[in-house]
Design a protein around this ligand. Structure first.
Ligand code: ADP
Ligand code: MG
Length: 316
């Protein structure tokens, strides 16, 4: 079947078919796999690939920013489980023309965000590529057994929340692709695109505060929320007017005629955390966040105040 018809997630379901996972292990379907250890802790593992021409444009992105982003998007998946990152593995396919200075600059960004998250590089693989650059990172993390927050725990009545503004990273990409002049606002959006900050401390605090389901926003909340709802077997009513949008994005949207709602819901790569929590737990929560709606006993997201059926980013 054509991959466009099957879709990225249809393909993953097909890959997952017939795979038996031992009891107590969480495999395909969450931000990280969860592997129980003997000492009452679990190991968290995730891998993410970045490809020239798909996730970045080699001529546009500085190597330092690429290094940062490659590590950050992986560390974000550990944050999304409420875990503490332990280390990363870095696999590279390097095309001709990229020399040691390029790799040095890449590693500067990679090491900076890795150090900020307490996750040293522990290994990897290096090959040449005949064509494009490909970077694949694997991250390991850990937490106490049972403390991990899956996508599947949302219950009707829980509040739906996000840890920060939405749409900035997608707007930053518009600035890059459009070759727009970089005033302070534009530069801030581009920084959100190239230098996402994984919400590691926030993820752990949210897990401790009783988040019932959590994931990071990589494909856009439109698509990511659907996955959380499917995993939990619930629906949600989201108030579009309550989605947090930065002042930088609002100003640029006015200037360039951008659709803020579309960027905030369908734009990806903000790497904020999307989580659900009972109202009583949310009332005392000291992690910065915005309540954007509630979990319902439906099956789908309802975008109150919007005419669009938001779907997020799709790879095929
Ligand atoms: P995320 O955006 O959090 O990185 P994805 O949407 O990329 O997650 O993937 C969804 C789930 O499917 C994850 O659990 C991931 O490990 C799994 N997955 C994706 N591609 C593959 C693959 N080729 N083989 C096995 N599992 C996969
Ligand atoms: Mg994720």
């Amino acid at each position: 079947m054509d991959l466009k018809e099957l879709g990225e997630f249809g393909l993953i379901r097909r890959i997952a078919e017939g795979i038996g996972v031992p009891a107590g292990v969480t495999g395909i379907g969450d931000d990280c796999a969860v592997l129980p250890q003997r000492d009452g802790r679990v190991t968290l593992v995730s891998t993410d690939m970045l490809m020239d021409g798909v996730h970045f444009i080699l001529d546009e992105a500085s190597p330092c920013e690429l290094g940062w982003k490659s590590a950050a998007v992986n560390l974000s998946d550990v944050a999304a489980m409420g875990g503490k990152p332990v280390g990363t593995f870095l696999a590279f396919a390097l095309p001709p023309g990229l020399g040691s200075a390029w790799v040095d600059a890449f590693m500067r960004g990679y090491k900076e965000i890795s150090a900020a998250c307490g996750a040293p590089l522990l290994g990897g693989d290096t090959t040449g590529s005949k064509d494009r650059l490909c970077v694949c990172v694997t991250v390991l993390g850990e937490c106490a057994a049972g403390a991990e927050v899956l996508r599947s725990g949302a219950r009707p009545g829980d509040l739906v929340c996000v840890t920060g503004p939405l749409g900035d990273a997608a707007a930053g990409l518009q600035v890059v692709l459009g070759g727009l002049p970089r005033g302070a606002d534009e530069a801030a959006l581009v920084a959100r695109h190239y230098r996402p900050r994984p919400r590691v401390a926030e993820g752990q605090a949210l897990a401790a505060a009783g988040a019932t389901a959590m994931m990071d926003i990589s494909d856009g909340i439109g698509s990511d929320l659907r996955h959380l709802l499917e995993a939990s077997g619930v629906g949600a009513r989201i108030r579009v007017a309550d989605l947090p949008v930065s002042a930088e994005l609002r100003r640029c949207a006015r200037k360039y005629g951008w659709d803020v709602e579309k960027l905030a819901i369908d734009g990806g790569e903000d790497y904020e955390l999307l989580f659900t929590m009972p109202p009583a737990a949310e009332a005392g929560l000291d992690v910065p966040h915005t309540v954007i709606g509630e979990i319902t006993d439906g099956r789908k997201p309802e975008w109150a105040g919007s005419g669009a059926d938001h779907a997020g980013y799709h790879h095929f």
